[in-house]
Design a protein around this ligand. Structure first.
Ligand code: GLC
Length: 568
C-alpha cells in the first residue's frame, strides 16, 4: 500500500500507514513495520536536466518531473533523489550552487518545487534533494563578498592562502577536475582552494558562521517538507588544518576506482576526510533528528572510499552520523560471481552493528551499468541490486537498460572530460535524455527543439512506451522485481547469507525473515549453469529470462540469468 502523505510542512502525518504497528498474526512482517522508510524503500535518482523538459528549451525541469511521476509510481519506487536544481551558473551543471535556497529559472520556481513535492507525496513517493556543502559557485554572494577584500567579514568563509615565498602554490593539492586545487586572485593577491573547478571554491567549514549558514540551508528544505538529503562529496568538507602536502600514491596503486589522470597519482590524505568531518555529520544528524519525529529524514553521503572499513566510519561510532554513506564498491569490481560475492561479503562483514547497508550500480558520474557489464548481464545486475540486503538506488533510465550514449566532441558538455581529455572521463554519455515514446524527440522535449545532449540512438525501441508494450522488456522485469521486493519482507528487511557451494560463476544467497525464505541465484557467465537445490521444494518467483527452469531439485540457469526462488 502506498504511503499516504498529506501536503507538505507541518500538516504532514508523523507516521504514514506503512510504518504501522507490528501485527501478531503476521510474524514474518515483524521488523518491517518497525523499519524506517529509507531502509525498506528503493531510491530512484533523477538527473533533472535529462528527465523531462516541460517548456521546450531542451533541458529537463521540475514540472517535467511532476508530469512523469506516474511512471515512477507505476514502477514502484519509494523515493526520488533529485540532483541539484538550485540557481547556478551551470559550470558543473548545478553542482556549482549560487543560492542554496531557491530554484534556477531553468528548472522552474519554488512553487514548481512545492508542487512536485506535494505530487510525489500524494503518490507515496518521498523526496530527497541534493546538498552541496563542500563548495559553492564562484558567483555565490558569499564568495563574491569573500573575494572582495582581505578584511571583509566573509573572507574566512573560503580557504585563502598566501603564495609560498617563491611565489608558488600553497601546497601540492590537485583539483579532481584537472590542474592544481589553487587559483590565484590577482586583486587580493592570495590563492583560494577549489577541490573541483576553479568556479567551485571550497567553503571553510572550520568557520562557525559557515557551519551555521549551511545548516540553515538544510533547515530551509526541511521546513518545506523534504524527506532527506544526498550529500555531495560528503567527506571532503574538512581538510588538514595545516594544509600538508599529499604524499605520492605508491606506483601501481589505484587511488580511485578508475584512472583519473594526475589526481590519481596522490594519496588524498590531507585534502579531504580529516577526522573533524565526523563532527560535521554528527551536527547534521542532530538537525535531521530534530525534524524527524517518527518519520525520519534521511542523509545519504557521497563518499568515494572503496575500502569498506574506511567507508563505514561515516555511519558514526554510535551510528550518529550519516544514515547511509553511499556504497560504491560494486562500481569498481570486475563483473564476476566471485568478485561481486567477495565485495558484498566484505561490506556485510565491515558494517557496524545496527548500520544499514545500501547498494548502487550507477549514477550521473559513472558509466551506465548496461554499458559496464554489457546488455546481456544488465538484467541480472538489476535483479542483484534489488535483492541484496540494503537500500538500492536506481539511476534514471536503468529500468530501460539505457546504455551510455556517445557524444561527439563538438557537443560535449561535461567540464571534467574537457579538462582531462583522453581518459574517457566525460560524463555526458550517462546523462542522455530519458526516452519516453516514439515521437521525434522521444517525448523528452518538443519536436524541433534540440535536447541539451543527444538522445539515445535507439530511443524509439528503448522508450518507456515501447517497453511498456512488451512483457519481456527490461522495464517489465524491473517492475516485477520491485513488486516482488515490496511483497517480500525477506527482501526488504531479511538476513543475507551467501551459499558456499554454488557452482563457479554463480553467486547464490539466501534472504530470510520469519517464514519468508528466498534463494537468489545469479549466473554471471555467458554459459549455462546447473544449481542443485538442497532438499526443499522451491517455487519460482522471478527470472530475468522468463520462467525459471526448476526440475527434479535442480535449477538450470541460462547464460546471465538471475532467478529468485521461494522455499516452500
Ligand atoms: C560530486 C557530484 C559530481 C560533481 C562533483 C562536484 O562528485 O556527484 O557530479 O561534479 O561532486 O560537485
Amino acid at each position: 500500500m502506498p504511503l499516504q502523505y498529506m501536503n507538505n510542512r507541518s500538516d504532514r502525518p508523523e507516521k504514514p500507514d506503512r510504518e504501522g504497528t507490528v501485527r501478531d498474526d503476521e510474524g514474518s512482517r515483524q521488523g518491517i513495520d518497525a523499519a524506517p522508510w529509507w531502509q525498506t524503500g528503493v531510491v530512484y535518482q533523477i538527473y533533472p536536466r535529462s528527465f523531462q523538459d516541460s517548456n521546450g528549451d531542451g533541458v529537463g525541469d521540475l514540472p517535467g518531473i511532476t508530469a512523469r511521476l506516474d511512471h515512477l509510481a507505476g514502477l514502484g519506487v519509494d523515493a526520488i533523489w533529485v540532483s541539484p536544481f538550485y540557481p547556478s551558473p551551470m559550470k558543473d551543471f548545478g553542482y556549482d550552487v549560487s543560492d542554496y535556497t531557491d530554484v534556477d529559472p531553468l528548472f522552474g520556481t519554488l512553487g514548481d518545487f512545492d508542487r512536485l513535492l506535494a505530487a510525489a507525496h500524494e503518490r507515496g513517493i518521498a523526496m530527497i534533494v541534493d546538498w552541496v556543502p563542500n563548495h559553492t559557485s564562484d558567483q555565490h554572494p558569499w564568495f563574491l563578498a569573500s573575494r572582495a577584500g582581505r578584511d571583509g567579514p566573509k573572507r574566512d568563509w573560503y580557504v585563502w592562502r598566501d603564495a609560498k615565498p617563491d611565489g608558488s602554490l600553497p601546497n601540492n593539492w590537485l583539483s579532481s577536475f584537472g590542474g592544481p586545487a589553487w587559483t590565484w586572485d590577482p586583486r587580493t593577491r592570495q590563492f583560494y582552494l577549489h577541490s573541483f573547478l576553479k568556479e567551485q571554491p571550497d567553503l571553510n567549514w572550520r568557520n562557525p558562521d559557515v557551519r551555521r549558514a549551511m545548516l540553515g540551508t538544510l533547515e530551509f528544505w526541511l521546513e518545506r517538507g523534504v524527506d532527506g538529503f544526498r550529500i555531495d562529496v560528503a567527506h571532503a568538507v574538512m581538510k588538514d588544518p595545516d594544509l600538508r602536502d599529499n604524499p605520492p600514491a605508491p606506483a601501481g596503486s589505484r587511488v580511485l576506482h578508475k584512472d583519473v589522470g594526475p589526481y590519481g597519482t596522490q594519496l588524498h590524505l590531507y585534502d579531504r576526510g580529516h577526522a573533524d568531518t565526523h563532527g560535521v555529520y554528527r551536527e547534521v544528524r542532530r538537525l535531521l533528528d530534530r525534524y524527524g519525529g517518527t518519520r525520519q529524514r534521511v542523509s545519504i553521503g557521497e563518499i568515494h572510499l572503496f575500502e569498506p572499513a574506511d567507508l563505514v566510519s561515516y555511519y558514526g561510532a554510535d551510528l550518529d552520523e550519516l544514515h547511509m554513506p553511499f556504497n560504491f564498491t560494486l562500481l569498481s569490481v570486475p563483473w564476476s560471481a566471485e568478485a561481486v560475492r567477495r565485495t558484498v561479503d566484505a561490506m556485510e562483514a565491515a558494517l557496524p552493528r545496527g548500520a544499514w547497508p545500501n547498494w548502487v550500480l550507477g549514477n550521473h558520474d559513472e558509466s551506465r551499468v548496461a554499458s559496464r557489464v554489457g546488455p546481456a548481464a544488465a538484467r541480472s545486475a538489476m535483479l542483484l541490486l534489488l535483492t541484496l540486503r540494503g537500500t538500492p538506488t536506481l539511476y534514471y533510465g536503468d529500468e530501460l537498460g539505457m546504455e551510455d550514449v556517445p557524444v561527439p566532441p563538438e557537443l560535449a558538455q561535461d567540464p571534467w572530460g574537457k579538462n582531462v581529455p583522453g581518459l574517457g572521463l566525460g560524463r555526458d554519455p550517462q546523462r542522455a535524455p530519458m526516452p519516453w515514446d516514439g515521437s521525434s524527440n522521444a517525448g523528452f522535449t518538443r519536436t524541433g527543439v534540440r535536447p541539451w545532449l543527444p538522445l539515445p540512438p535507439d530511443a524509439a525501441t528503448r522508450s518507456v512506451e515501447a517497453q511498456t508494450a512488451s512483457p519481456d522488456s527490461m522495464l517489465a522485469l524491473t517492475r516485477s522485481l520491485l513488486a516482488m521486493r515490496r511483497a517480500h519482507p525477506a527482501l526488504q528487511r531479511g538476513s543475507y547469507r551467501p551459499v558456499s557451494d554454488a557452482p563457479a560463476g554463480v553467486f547464490a544467497y539466501q534472504r530470510e525473515l520469519g517464514r519468508d525464505h528466498l534463494l537468489v541465484l545469479v549466473n554471471f557467465e555467458s554459459g549455462p549453469a546447473l544449481v542443485r537445490l538442497a532438499g526443499q521444494i522451491h517455487r519460482s518467483l522471478v527470472s530475468t529470462h522468463g520462467a525459471p527452469v526448476v526440475r527434479d531439485g535442480t535449477c538450470a540457469l541460462r547464460p546471465h540469468e538471475g532467478v529468485v526462488l521461494e522455499r516452500g
